[in-house]
Design a protein. Sequence first.
Length: 103
Amino acid sequence: MQKVAGTWNGSLAAGGANLRLLVKITKAATGEATGTVDSLDQGAKDIPLSAITFKDGKVRFEARGIGGVYEGTLNADGSVLAGEWRQSGQALPLSFQKVSVPK
């Protein structure tokens, strides 16, 4: 899970608009992952992520509060997640890049 822990930035093309997303994943002391997603252009912050899994280079997380699911593949150097966002019956391509955020 350490490979996907961090801050990820992506842009979702939905309904003619580009929505910037910021995903934050941390590894809890228990070893489980926790996280949130911000929809920057919609002003939505700290939407909880649940069911975060990482196995064999594949990442999956849910944002149950908004009915969203992301599934993607981590590239070899751990800098890009390429996958698909599903919400409201739609499946849209979505890639995230790992970013550094000032503390």
